[in-house]
Design a protein around this ligand. Sequence first.
Ligand code: KG4
Ligand code: ZN
Length: 342
Amino acid sequence: MNKIKNTLFSNKPVTFDENSLIMAIESSCDETACAVVKGGREVLANVVASQIKIHEEYGGVIPEIAAREHLQAINVVIDETFKQAGLKGDDITAFAGTVGPGLVGCLLVGLNAAKTLALAYDKPFIGVNHLNAHLAANFIDTDLKPPFIALLVSGGHTQIIKVDSYANMEIIGETIDDAVGEAYDKVARLIGLPYPGGPKLDKLAQIGNPHAFKLPEAKVSGYDFSFSGLKTAVLRLVKSFDGQEMPVNDICASFQECVSATLFKKVKKALEENNYKQVVLAGGVAANSEIRKKIFSLKDEGYEVFAPIMKYCTDNASMVASSAFFFDNTFDNIDVEVFSRA
Ligand code: KG4
Ligand code: ZN
C-alpha cells in the first residue's frame, strides 16, 4: 500500500506504508471525533465526544446547535487524541477530515481543523467521503482486502456496493425512498421511543416475537430497496390499537424481522449473481443485532463476513483515517469544499 501524497509547502512526496500515522477528524453529524491510526488498521487513539444528550431534548439533531457543539469540543478532542496516542503533530504522516455527506455547518468545523493541522505541520491533507469511511471501518484490526460486496446501512444511506479494488467501487443497489436508519428512527418515534430511536428499537425487538405481525416486504427490482411502505404499515398497525396498550416489543421485533430479511435477501442475491466470496457490513445500522446475525449467518454458506465492532459502526474518526490510508478516491486538495449530499 504505497501512496504518494504531496505536502503543501515543501512539496516533498510522502509515501504511505504500514508505519504511517494518520490523524483524522470526523464531525459530519452529532459526534466530534478524532483518531490516530497506524498503517490503516491499528488504532492508537480514538476519541469521540457525543452530543446525544443535547439533541435528546429536541427528539433529533438540530444542525445549528450541533455545529456550535462541534466548535466547543473540537480542540479538546484533538488534544486528548494526541495525549492518548502519545504523539505530537510532527510525528503524524498525514491529516484527514470528513468532507461530506453530512451537515454543512458541522463538517466545516472538523474539516477546517484537519486542514489547519496539515498546514501548521506541513503534512499532506486528505479529504474523505463519510460513506467510504464507514466501509473502511472494516479494515480496522482485520486483514480484509478487496474484492468484496458491502452492505452500507446508515442514517442517510442504504446501498449495496461492489468494491473491486481500493480505487474502484460501484453502487449496484440503493434505497428508492427511506434509508434503513431513517426508517428505524421514524418507526421508533411512531411507537413513542426517544431519540436516537434505532438502538432502542433494536433492544426491544430482541425481547419481542418477530412473527407476531406480518409486515409487507417491498417488491423492488434488482438490488434496490424501499422502506417507506413498511413504515406506513407500522403506522397503520399502531393506529389499529386505538389507544389500547400496544405490544411494543412484538411490533419492534416484527419490524426488525422484515427489514433484516429484506437486507439479507438482497445481499445474498448480490453475492451469488456477482460471484463474490467476501461481504462486509458497514454504517451506523451495522450495530443492529438482527442484521448482524443474518449477515453473519452467511459464514455457514462459505462466505467471509466482516462487520466493525460496535464503536467503529457508529460515527468515529478511526474509520476516516483508515479510509484516507486505503481508498484512492480521496480529495487531496486543501481547498476542497464540504458537501451535504452524496
Ligand atoms: O452511520 P450513522 O452514524 O449515520 C449516518 O452516517 O447517516 O448511523 C446512525 C443511524 C441512526 O439512524 C441510528 O438510529 C442507527 O444508525 N442505529 C441503529 C442501531 N444503532 C444505530 N439502527 C438500528 N439498530 C441499531 N442497533
Ligand atoms: Zn455515519
